[in-house]
Design a binder for this molecule. Structure first.
Ligand SMILES: [Zn+2]
Length: 226
């Protein structure tokens, strides 16, 4: 089950990926996470990547491709994987075709209004790091205070409505060529991500089974999407 996940901020990409990772024991490979880890470790790669990020530039294709190639050679990818954050250019998409045969590209399509509501409702506890949402579960029990330690919850700068709208637009500009590329190859599976994962996930798993993409047995069959 070799999958690429594409979705705007607020589409729930992380939630879907986490569910499949836990249930089927396949790795969730996020290039952003790999870069953050390498920077934290202070590795040679981390130092190179940090230079671009500090200048506010994108990490060049050749570095990103090299990192993904190395990661996909690890033995834990044998039964499948979820690629997240890659490819984000046509050049990267073509390079990926040289590295591995992708089974499907899951495009979580969310409307701008739903994305704004999901993200602008998010509140984080500065003390324990728990994440709440004032519109969806888990909601804080009283006001905007943490259920566990009573700390005043905060909103991340990135989650402010005007910033979410901008991130949403940038996503569509960036990913339109990638979405078209995979649609033309017949690999794109578009999911209506305005609905809850509880509704969408069973349908998606059925579809992947029907297409012969989901052939592995769950390692944790009892995990439910929520
Ligand atoms: Zn807390």
């Amino acid at each position: 089950m070799k999958l690429v996940f594409i979705g705007a901020p607020g589409a729930g990409k992380g939630t879907y990926a986490q569910y499949l990772r836990e249930k089927y024991c396949i790795p969730h490979i996020s290039t952003g996470d790999i870069f953050r880890e390498e920077i934290a470790k202070g590795s040679e790669l981390g130092r190179r990547v940090k230079e671009y990020i500090d200048r506010g530039e994108l990490v060049p294709d050749d570095i990103v491709i090299e990192v993904v190639k190395k990661r996909l050679n690890q033995p834990d990818t044998r039964n499948g994987f979820i690629l997240d954050g890659f490819p984000r250019t046509l050049n990267q998409a073509r390079a990926l075709d040289e590295i591995v045969v992708i089974d499907a590209v899951i495009y979580l399509n969310v409307s701008e209004e739903v994305a704004v509501k999901r993200l602008s409702g998010r509140r984080i506890c500065p003390v324990c790091g728990r994440v709440y949402n004032i519109y969806y579960e888990p909601k804080p029990r009283n006001d905007e205070k943490c259920d566990y330690d009573g700390a005043q919850l905060i909103m991340r700068e990135d989650d402010r409505p005007e910033i979410v709208r901008n991130r949403y637009r940038v996503f569509h500009e960036t990913f339109k060529p990638i979405i078209d590329y995979y649609r033309n190859k017949g690999l794109l599976i578009e999911v209506d991500s305005n609905r809850s994962i509880r509704e969408v996930m069973p349908e998606l798993e059925e579809l992947l089974k029907k297409k012969g993409i989901l052939r592995i047995k769950p390692c944790k069959p009892d995990i439910k999407p929520d």
